[in-house]
Design a protein. Structure first.
Length: 420
């Protein structure tokens, strides 16, 4: 989410897993109001089964690799401290959340941000298993971790604080089902940060952090696994995408009153075991509507004023996760790879405002995407939540359709990403 005087980038946290083929009961959905409700005990097991795929396990960060991948796979890339600039971090540096560790990594994207010759240059401790992050105009980054929201000075590459959650989300753990912060966004005026908190076995929450005091000032109940959070262009509403509850919850930024809007273009059959759930969203600035891609086949367009969902066709035909808007309203969507025998391979969809699409093939699984300030380059993270992730970023030239994507080493299972 961008806005005058507000954040430069609001990057969403990765998908904590699709449903396994095992089906389960549809979770009860919350009534509007603050606080966090718990699921009935009988649903806890179903939640834990709702992984990305049957038999999915947490791969060791230093062993997973994609067949045929470049040297960016394998062991986590150690920062080259000899390349780290003295003093302030240069504009255009990439910041990634190291879900495979407890740090964020600063990455030099190479000359003109092209990826050529780029490399990690520094890492800073943030907290266990960081997912999403957002960077304000003042250079402070807010990183959603399992422990709390880390506050970083990106210019000097130091951690300033760790804001604990008000919501009880269980013990601090790692892995795709861990409790704690997931999606995170900033108000257009930069005065508040909104973080989606996952509560294993229960409904999630959106917590409001005052950026001046670095304290949680309010909490609102939202759907299951709120790993994506966005803010309306006027800052009046916050939107939490509930992956396992097939919904977007609108939170009034002033009163914290909530209303649920179902987003299920394939229906809700399969409940927690379904693959066909909402993942990431972006807010279209000109009309405030939310764009939610599904399976490289359907783009759900949600009008938050009415709750009405319209569907537009997409063409990548692959499971999709991260999304971002580039200059001119171009929509970028990350295709993670197939979930079925007839699905296509990983890709980046470049969708023009008129609905025409260009599909850029990617090598191996990917998760999220950010765009350079000039809108000419996309950076796609390889730290996928399922097996097969890799420790790098794919750099895509959005202007030159004939150019080949470049793979760039980057951190330890990089997920959330921002351009500084």
């Amino acid at each position: 989410m961008t806005g005058g005087g507000g954040p430069r980038a609001a990057l969403r946290a990765p998908d904590p897993g699709e449903g396994s083929p095992a089906s389960g009961p549809r979770p009860s959905l919350r009534l509007p109001g603050p606080g966090v409700r718990r699921l009935a005990p009988g649903l806890l097991a179903a939640v834990l089964l709702a992984g990305c795929a049957a038999g999915t396990t947490e791969a060791a960060p230093d062993t997973a690799a994609t067949p045929g991948a470049s040297a960016a796979t394998g062991a986590a890339a150690a920062p080259d401290l000899s390349r780290a600039p003295a003093g302030r971090t240069p504009a255009g540096t990439l910041l990634v959340a190291d879900f495979g560790g407890d740090t964020v990594t600063f990455v030099d994207p190479g000359p003109d941000g092209s990826g050529e010759g780029g490399a990690p240059i520094a890492s800073v401790k943030a907290g266990t298993a960081p997912y999403g992050l957002v960077v304000g105009e003042d250079g402070r980054a807010w990183v959603a971790t399992a422990e709390g929201v880390a506050v970083l000075d990106t210019r000097r590459r130091t951690r300033l604080a760790l804001v604990p959650y008000a919501t009880e989300s269980g013990p601090v753990t790692t892995g795709e089902y861990r409790g704690g912060g997931m999606g995170i966004a900033m108000a257009p005026d930069g005065k508040h940060v909104y973080v989606g908190v996952n509560v294993p076995g229960g409904d999630g929450a959106v917590e409001v952090i005052d950026t001046a005091t670095r304290e949680v000032t309010g909490t609102a109940a939202v759907g299951l696994r709120p790993f994506d959070v966005d803010v309306s262009p006027d800052g009046r509403e916050v939107y939490a995408t509930g992956h396992d509850s097939f919904d977007v919850t609108a939170v009034d930024a002033a009163s914290l009153e909530t209303r649920r809007m179902e987003v299920a273009p394939y229906g809700t059959e399969g409940g927690l075991g379904s693959w066909l759930k909402p993942h990431y969203a972006v807010v279209r600035p000109e009309d405030g509507k939310l764009l939610l891609p599904f399976e490289g086949e359907r783009l759900a367009v949600l009008d938050p004023r009415t709750g009405e969902v319209t569907v537009e066709p997409m063409t990548a035909d692959t499971h999709q996760h991260g999304a971002a808007l580039a200059l001119g309203g171009t929509l970028l969507v990350v295709g993670t790879g197939p979930i079925g025998a007839e699905d296509d391979d990983p890709s980046l969809t470049v969708r023009n405002p008129d609905g025409t699409e260009r599909i850029v093939p990617l090598d191996g699984p990917h998760e999220d995407v950010a765009v350079s300030r000039d809108g000419r380059t996309a950076y796609v993270t390889g730290g996928f939540t399922r097996d097969g992730y890799w420790n790098g970023i794919t750099v895509v030239d959005l202007d030159d359709e004939g150019s080949e994507p470049i793979r760039l080493k980057a951190g330890n299972r990089p997920l959330g990403i921002a351009v500084l």
